[in-house]
Write a protein that binds this ligand. Sequence first.
Ligand code: PLP
Length: 449
Amino acid sequence: MKKLFNKAQQLSLDYLESLNKRRVFPTPEAIQNLEQFKQALPEQGAAAEKVIEMLDEVGSPATVATAGGRYFGFVIGAALPASVAASWLAAAWDQNGATNILSPVSACLEQVCMSWLTDIFMLPKGTQGGLVSGASMANFTALAAARHAVLAKQGWDVESKGLFGAPPITVVISAEAHATVLKALSLLGLGRERVIQVPVDNQGRLRADALPELNSSTIVCIQAGNVNTGSFDPAEKICAAARKGEAWVHVDGAFGLWAAAAPKRAYLYSGVPEADSWATDAHKWLNVPYDSGIVLCRNPEHLKAAMSITAAYLTQGVQGEPYHYVPQLSRRSRGIEIWAALKSLGKKGLSDMIERNCRQAFLFSSGLQKAGLNILNDVVLNQVLVSCGDAETTQQIISAIQQEGTCWCGGTVWQGQPAIRISVSSWATTDTDVERSLAAIVRIAKNHK
Ligand SMILES: *Cc1c(COP(=O)(O)O)cnc(C)c1O
């Protein structure tokens, strides 16, 4: 085993060290080489070392260098060294994160994380939650708690009776709600189209003045961190209106919730802790390995009720069990990596990482602007939208950036205008990475004219 694991460790290190020199997106040849994997399942097994060798030889070159410092597509964090090392150890431990009795260490670290996270996000005392696969699942889980709470108030037990014959629920979202919120609503039987859509302003923020009347059968979904602009919905105003009507407010803060750690972003974050539930990702801006999402709930009883299962053999734990708060029973122990990331950063390290990425986003926007390109958003966080003209030109420039390989950015359409979207979310991004990428983007955009 020692030889095998040493080999895997060496190959991992070689890989990570190669990231600074290699292209971000793999070459067509590397992708072509993946054909080698497409064999029939062999009758006889191979030696474990050979298996790892093949993964490295064929697989590594066809990876996207999202673990490095020059990947700016979607919103993708890398993985902090402490969290990667913790993940190796956790893989060896192979703990099932479902219950205390299955893994005391997993349950303990998860509880420590919940308390640290409640502190970082400035959430009310008593907030509890669980670790899920990502913000998609965190949105789903939180909205299941919301569905429970809203219907329980009207005397309806949705977990037992379902939605057939249930009192109606009003769901309010913004025109800019993330696609995964709509997916969660569809999975929960609340319907993608059965919603009131509130218009947004030019930064994609929900217009509080356009909110419908909110009452106790309303669930309002707001956003902390628009996936295009990074903007925050005005949580303070929305939460105040919701409190008055006893509506439930859910915050999709997949990456934006981490702004709480950065004092200079406090003005964005104000009001967010007034909500009832929150969803965020650890695999984005906290920079832990995939997959890792977090759901948090002001009143964890609603979450527990929504996630309840009945099986006598499971009810051994006296206190809160991890599986009480999430859809899954068996699962990997995500708390180990989240704990390692937070422990290695400390409050100061976390705050520095978030601020650094925000500052680097600003370096991008000012550099691109100086080069004559048009920035479409107010750069308030880590997202930058760059206009290069019509859809065809923009797509050609994006493809050229991706093919050139210095960095990787994707495209989007922002309020009718095609744009390059730059997201700075990696601990590994240095100012040199930004300068190199900036130079590549400017060169490619200029050459295009
Ligand atoms: C990324 C993202 C999601 C979905 O998160 P996953 O981790 O991909 O499931 C939801 N909402 C927002 C705002 C996001 O940025």
